[in-house]
Ligand binder design. Structure first.
Ligand code: PLP
Length: 449
């Protein structure tokens, strides 16, 4: 029963990113099952899953085709190591990932989470130079307010003070460029792009020969609050990487698998990185799986005789887990079978239709989205963009009121985050957006007072 579960929860659990003092005083919802695009709690209440769990269940929950693939794989083997052994599903999936990745990305290295996929890209980029005798290129350039996961390596290229600040002294040094965030930039979109690229070029010039790579979230920074970049910024970063001969790592952990309207955000600006990091939606949100995909050029720098020490000494027990790979293949099949990418334009248009209306509401500073990757930023004053105090928890209270209306979304600070599953119908998306609109119109003024 819910009561019994809560007793154990109170006694034994510690939740991620959560102030446990608040949690222990709260009455949390406990999810028991999923049903298509709905989550169902232990009391039988149903909620539209407006954020694809944590931006990963791209086709929804209990998807027959993925369920069947996982069950089929269970009938063969759940897991076997990739240390010294090939693994059927991991091989099959690597071929599929190379097919859908931007041109030139051919080699797949598996891991288990978004953070590790970035960690691996950083370590590979670092070792790439050393394997060629260049020991000076040891630094990375990243974006302020970046989020690349929570391992020490990925935090080292992260920029969110609230999450990462306390660990600073454990981290390696990274150079930062201001997040090119159009809404809060004092100037035009063009000036915002130019500012970011000029800062980046100055770092590349001043540290010539010392930069191993540039790490970016493409088009939009998710965890920092859906910070949408100026158009062309990513392309500009690619041009700088090429001009100064450094490696480009694009973190598609959040943006990948259809969320921006393309399979990968990179495609929107025809960018071909040296590394692409994938996780979250890769397995349809079913199992922990991640991949770092890179070029033959990078791969070849790791080939050598034993005494050359060029091997990439990195791996995890569950690297390339067979169940995860089977789920991922089934998810990619579904993208094809349901023509998901072609269906996205209508869904994105629906989101924009609502965003236009939501922007007009009181206390809404901005309603922005790249594809279905969206955020609604709440402000005290629309004109000056003055922020609500963090302690007021305005967006948090608002999303709880949406929950009462049967919609599960999340907030990041003062931003309500939207990440509907790419497989959701236009009709359900419409219903979800109408709940959001009504809640902001009807509940927010009371919350703000
Ligand atoms: N990179 C980006 C852009 C992310 O948004 C996230 C998670 O939100 C990560 C990396 C970390 O992924 P994971 O939580 O699977 O480690």
């Amino acid at each position: 029963s819910t009561k019994k579960l809560l007793e154990t929860d109170r006694k034994h659990l510690w939740y991620p990113f959560t102030q446990m003092k608040d949690w222990l005083e709260d009455e949390p919802v406990i999810i028991e099952s999923g049903d298509g695009f709905y989550l169902v709690d232990t009391e039988g209440r149903r909620y539209i899953d407006g954020v694809s769990s944590l931006w990963c269940n791209v086709h929804g929950h209990r998807v027959k085709e993925i369920d069947d693939a996982v069950k089929g794989q269970l009938g063969k083997i759940a897991h076997s190591t990739m240390l010294g052994l090939g693994q059927e599903k991991a091989i099959e999936l690597a071929g599929r990932l190379a097919e859908i990745s931007p041109e030139g990305l051919e080699r797949v290295f598996y891991s288990d989470s978004g953070a590790t996929s970035v960690e691996i890209a950083i370590k590979m980029a670092y070792q790439y130079w050393r394997n060629q005798g260049d020991t000076k290129r040891t630094k990375f350039i990243a974006l302020g307010d970046a989020y690349h996961g929570d391992t020490i390596g990925s935090v080292s290229v992260g920029g969110i003070g609230l999450f990462h600040g306390i660990f600073r002294s454990l981290l390696f040094e990274t150079y930062y460029v201001d997040s090119p965030f159009v809404y809060r930039y004092e100037g035009t979109e063009d000036e915002c792009r130019a500012h970011g690229l000029e800062q980046m070029e100055a770092l590349l010039k001043n540290n010539e020969g010392q930069i191993a790579g540039i790490v970016v979230e493409p088009l939009v920074q998710g965890a920092a609050g859906i910070l949408v970049h100026p158009e062309g910024f990513l392309k500009g970063v690619e041009e700088l990487a090429r001009k100064y001969g450094v490696l480009l790592i694009v973190d598609e952990v959040a943006t990948g698998f259809g969320k921006t309207g393309r399979m990968f955000a990179c495609e929107k600006e025809d960018v071909r990185p040296d590394f692409m990091c994938m996780a979250k939606g890769i397995s349809g949100g079913y199992l922990p799986l991640a991949a770092t995909v890179t070029t033959e050029k990078v791969f070849e720098a790791f080939l050598g005789e034993p005494d050359e020490h060029k091997t990439f000494y990195h791996g995890h027990t569950y690297t390339g887990n067979a169940l995860g790979c089977a789920a991922a293949i089934a998810s990619l099949d579904l993208f094809e079978k349901n023509d998901v990418l072609a269906s996205l334009d209508a869904k994105i248009a629906k989101m924009e239709e609502w965003a236009v209306k939501i922007r007009e509401l009181p206390f809404v500073g901005d309603a922005r989205h790249v594809g279905l990757f969206g955020g609604i930023e709440l402000v005290r004053d629309k004109e000056s963009k003055e922020e609500f105090d963090y302690e007021q928890m305005v967006a948090r209270k608002l999303i709880l009121s949406m929950r009462d209306k049967g919609l599960m979304v999340r907030n990041l600070g003062n931003v309500v985050v939207l990440m509907p599953p790419v497989g959701m119908s236009v009709e359900l998306l419409d219903e979800m957006m109408s709940i959001i609109y009504d809640s902001i119109r009807d509940e927010l003024p009371g919350i703000v007072e």
